[in-house]
Design a binder for this molecule. Sequence first.
Ligand SMILES: [Zn+2]
Length: 237
Amino acid sequence: MSRRIQVIGAHAADFVWRAGGAIAKTVERGGVAEVVALSYGERGESGELWKQPGQTVENVKRARHEEAQAACAELGASFRALDLGDYPLEIGAAELQAIAEVIREFAPDVLVTHTDTDPFNPDHPVAFRAVDRARSLAAGAGVQSAFATVKPPALYLFEPHQPELCNFTPTTFVDITSVFERKRAAMAHMKAQAYLQTYYAQRAEHRANHARRASGNAEVRYAEAFQRVIPQVVSEL
Ligand SMILES: [Zn+2]
């Protein structure tokens, strides 16, 4: 059965470092993937672009949109940006409804976002709270509701930059070996944050080591780590 994965990040490039492999893997297996950026990270996460003299916010947004779209194309995902602003990302009632609508429209089987804590980033925990709340709004309470609802998606958190400081405990590893070159190609499009490409390639090798230990599968060369939030319902253990 083909799966639908939706990855919602605070900024335009968050998905590629943390879930690029999982996205490509879903697509490789016949599923559908959508990436949603709440903002472009135009002010706080576009370091290389702000080194250019005369740079403007509008120009940075345009460049970030093109980068994210090109990275998504490598992975086989579609990309949409809500352009809600960054540093700080502010979520009011209208923004919350817009995120819930995006979840209703795509109706994902799997929803992926940030952890609830990040001492070095003002927007990532805000994105977690917004996406978690929007997920509940979109899915309702499992009963008939006065508004359109979708089947409750599984919720996973992707790996933050400093996992020990962000309440992150990996519960799930995705073997991304077969799609790693696509992830590498997608990361290469994020020229505004070129300094992260080597780091996340190394991270995938470290997580593969952990995945090999957990599974006994010596074939895993690259992996991504996720934390599952919603309980899994299975017919047997
Ligand atoms: Zn970010």
